[in-house]
Design a protein around this ligand. Structure first.
Ligand code: GLN
Length: 446
C-alpha cells in the first residue's frame, strides 16, 4: 500500500541519510493510504517523492537552503506540487540544495553538505544535489528539482540517475522561488526514463498562474517510448567534445554513440559556433535576474530578521548581510553591477545579444537533426571541498548544460556507464517542446 511504501522509504532515509545528508526536513504524519480510485487513474498514486527546498508547499517551512528564509512558511503551494497531490503521490520531505540554487556541488547550502552516495568523499553535484542523492541512494523513486543552468542534469550525471529539464514554459514555475526567471525550469530526477516520462506527464501543462507557461497540449509521453529510433538523426556538436572533457567521460560517451548507431540512428557531426560564449553570457544574465529577484528578501516580509536594528536601512543591511551566503552575495553584486546605468549596455544588453546567437545556432542545427548528443558534464563527481575556493572552475562545470537554458530547449541526462567507478552522464538536447523525441531516444539508449 501507499502507507507501507512511504514507511519503507522513511526507514531507509532514517538508516542511511545520516551519511548522505540529502534531506533538510521530513514530513511527519503518513497514515492515509491513497484511495483506490487514484491508483486506477495515475501510476504515481501512493508513490513517495521529495522536493528540492525551493518549491513551496502551503504552511510547510521552505528555506532555499538559505539562512534568510529560516522559518519561512509559504502561504501557497507550487502548481507542480498541487498536481502531484491531486494524483495521490506521497510527499516525504524537503531536499538540500545550493543556496537559492546557485552552485554546482550543494556545498553552498547554509545548513549541511550532501554526499554522493557512490563515493561519500565526493559531491553529488548541484544545485539539486539533495534530489539526485536521494534518488541515487534509493530513498525515493523520484524527486523534483529546478534547472537554471544545469542544476537537474549535472547532479543527475554525478549521481548516476536520470534528470530532465523540460522546455522553458512546459512546466509551470508558480511556487518555485525564482533564481533567474527567464532560465528556470522545474523537472524530475528519476531512476529510469520511463519514470521521468510519467512525472513530466503529471507536472506539465498550461497554468494561468504562470504567464510564461505555454498553452499547448501535453502529449502522451509514455506512448513515445517505443524503443524505435531507426533513422533518427542525432547531431554531435564538436564544440561539446573539446578540451576540458575528461578522457573517461569522452570514452563513455563515444561508446554510447556506437550503441545508438547499432540501434539504427544516423549520427551527424554538427557545429554550434557560439558555444564558448555561453558561460560568460549566463554569468551576466543569471546574476542580473537574481539580483532583481532576491531584492524581495528585505527582512520585512520573509523569514529571518537581524537583531539590534537602528533604522530601516540598517534592517536591510544587517538582515541581508547576515542572511545571505557568500556565493549569493557574489551574484547579487555582479548582477547589480551589470544592470547599473552606464554598464547596462556593455554587459547586460550584449549578453542578451549573445544569448540570441546561441539560440540561433541551435535552431539552424535542428533543421538537419532531430536531437543533439553530448556529455552532460566535462568531468565525473569531484571531491568535496575541491572547488569551493575557486568559483570560476566551479562555473566551468556547467559549460555543457548552460547553452540549453539560454535557448530554452529541453534536455535530459541519462547514465552512460562509469569512469573510474563513477557515473558518467549522457545529455540529449531536443527541439522546443519536443520532449517526446528526447524521451524516446533516451529510453531506447538506456
Ligand atoms: N551551477 C549553475 C549556477 O550556479 C546553475 C545552477 C542552476 O541550474 N540552478 O548558476
Amino acid at each position: 500500500t501507499s502507507v507501507s511504501l512511504a514507511q519503507d522509504a522513511l526507514r531507509a532515509i532514517r538508516e542511511r541519510d545520516g551519511e548522505v545528508g540529502a534531506f533538510l526536513r521530513m514530513e511527519e504524519a503518513l497514515t492515509e493510504a491513497a484511495p483506490q480510485a487514484l491508483h486506477e487513474a495515475s501510476p504515481l498514486a501512493g508513490i513517495p517523492y521529495a522536493l528540492k527546498d525551493n518549491l513551496c508547499v502551503a504552511g510547510r517551512e521552505m528555506t532555499c537552503a538559505s539562512k534568510i528564509l529560516k522559518g519561512y512558511q509559504p502561504p501557497h503551494t507550487a502548481t507542480v506540487v498541487k498536481k502531484l497531490q491531486e494524483v495521490g503521490a506521497t510527499l516525504l520531505g524537503a531536499l538540500n540544495m545550493d543556496e537559492f540554487a546557485m552552485g554546482s556541488s550543494t556545498e553552498n547550502s547554509a545548513y549541511q553538505i550532501t554526499r554522493n552516495p557512490w563515493d561519500l568523499t565526493r559531491v553529488p553535484g548541484g544545485s539539486s544535489g539533495g534530489a539526485a542523492a536521494a534518488v541515487a541512494a534509493g530513498f525515493v523513486p523520484f524527486a523534483l528539482g529546478s534547472d537554471t543552468g544545469g542544476s537537474i542534469r549535472q547532479p543527475a550525471a554525478f549521481c548516476g540517475v536520470v534528470g530532465l529539464k523540460p522546455t522553458y514554459g512546459r512546466v509551470s514555475r508558480f511556487g518555485l522561488v525564482a533564481f533567474a526567471s527567464s532560465l528556470d525550469q522545474i523537472g524530475p530526477l528519476t531512476r529510469t526514463v520511463e519514470d521521468a516520462a510519467m512525472v513530466l506527464q503529471t507536472i506539465a501543462g498550461h497554468d494561468p498562474l504562470d504567464a510564461t507557461s505555454a498553452n499547448l497540449p501535453v502529449p502522451d509521453y509514455r506512448a513515445a517510448l517505443t524503443g524505435e529510433i531507426k533513422g533518427l538523426r542525432v547531431g554531435i556538436p564538436q564544440e561539446y567534445f573539446g578540451e576540458g572533457v575528461e578522457e573517461g567521460v569522452s570514452r563513455a560517451v563515444n561508446a554510447a554513440i556506437e550503441q545508438l548507431k547499432a540501434l539504427g540512428a544516423t549520427i551527424l557531426p554538427v557545429s554550434l559556433p557560439h558555444t564558448s560564449y555561453a558561460l560568460a553570457a549566463y554569468y551576466i544574465l543569471a546574476p542580473a535576474e537574481a539580483s532583481s529577484n532576491l531584492s524581495r528578501f528585505d527582512g520585512v516580509r520573509y523569514g529571518y530578521r537581524a537583531d539590534g536594528i537602528a533604522d530601516l536601512l540598517d534592517l536591510y543591511k544587517k538582515t541581508r548581510g547576515e542572511g545571505f551566503g557568500k556565493e549569493v552575495k557574489r551574484r547579487i553584486l555582479i548582477g547589480t553591477y551589470a544592470l547599473s546605468s552606464g554598464y547596462y549596455d556593455a554587459y547586460y544588453k550584449r549578453a542578451q545579444r549573445v544569448r540570441t546567437l546561441i539560440r540561433e545556432d541551435f535552431l539552424r542545427t535542428f533543421a538537419n537533426v532531430d536531437v543533439l548528443l553530448s556529455p552532460t558534464t566535462p568531468s565525473t563527481a569531484f571531491k568535496l571541498g575541491e572547488k569551493t575556493d575557486d568559483p570560476l572552475t566551479m562555473y566551468l562545470n556547467d559549460a555543457l548544460t548552460i547553452p540549453v537554458n539560454l535557448a530554452g530547449l529541453p534536455a535530459i541526462s541519462v547514465p552512460c556507464g562509469l569512469s573510474d567507478g563513477l557515473p558518467v552522464g549522457l545529455q540529449f538536447i531536443g527541439r522546443m517542446f519536443d520532449e517526446e523525441t528526447l524521451l524516446r531516444v533516451a529510453h531506447a539508449y538506456e
